[in-house]
Design a binder for this molecule. Structure first.
Ligand SMILES: CC(C)(COP(=O)(O)OP(=O)(O)OC[C@H]1O[C@@H](n2cnc3c(N)ncnc32)[C@H](O)[C@@H]1OP(=O)(O)O)[C@@H](O)C(=O)NCCC(=O)NCCS
Length: 151
């Protein structure tokens, strides 16, 4: 089990660079909304080393119109290769979902890389519609999850 905590935007740049934006300048690892008011960033730590990250941004999508009262976008989900398949990604998702519920968000959505779709499906996310290309990043599916409110 990794330790999950909220982190500052600049802290996750090295992980994004290593996993999501390899070979690109550092600016490519700073995303729109990173410093926005409601954005939250989560880090996974093992032996005090940051090994994974995920972010929640208050972005809206028309694809869920009429189906949600309050949504956020999950962005920048990444775990360093040597720490994968140990449940760290799932822990980061749970932390993001818990935070979202705590501020009244009922739905999370995102553009999922095709290779990560199975990972998200195993964690209760649904893919909708046809795949599409995001320039420079590859083929993606739109995915979302309705968060079950706490009883
Ligand atoms: C997707 C990712 C965050 C999952 O992290 P993780 O800590 O390995 O997640 P978990 O241990 O909870 O789940 C493991 C599952 O993730 C999937 N997975 C493993 N490696 C993967 C990879 N390189 N890319 C996508 N999914 C992967 C597999 O389904 C794996 O199941 P398995 O261990 O039974 O094979 C991580 O693999 C990663 O950083 N991938 C590259 C970046 C990426 O694709 N991010 C998502 C952008 S939408």
């Amino acid at each position: 089990m990794a330790d999950i905590s909220e982190i500052k935007p600049h802290e996750l740049v090295p992980i994004r660079q290593a996993v999501l934006r390899q070979g690109l300048p550092v600016e490519a690892s700073i995303f729109d909304g990173d410093y926005a008011e409601h954005t939250a960033h989560f880090g996974a730590f093992e032996n005090n080393q940051l090994i994974g990250c995920a972010s929640l941004v208050a972005n809206q999508t028309t694809r869920l119109e009429g189906q949600t009262n309050s949504m956020m976008q999950l962005r920048g989900m990444a775990v360093l290769p040597e720490y994968r398949s140990k449940g760290v990604g799932a822990q980061l998702l749970r932390a993001a979902e818990k935070h979202a519920r705590s501020i009244g968000i009922d739905t999370l959505w995102f553009n999922a890389r095709i290779r990560a779709v199975i990972f998200y499906e195993r964690n209760g996310y649904l893919k909708v519609g046809a795949p599409y290309e995001i320039e420079g990043v590859g083929t993606h599916y739109f995915m979302f999850k309705k968060l079950i409110p706490y009883a």
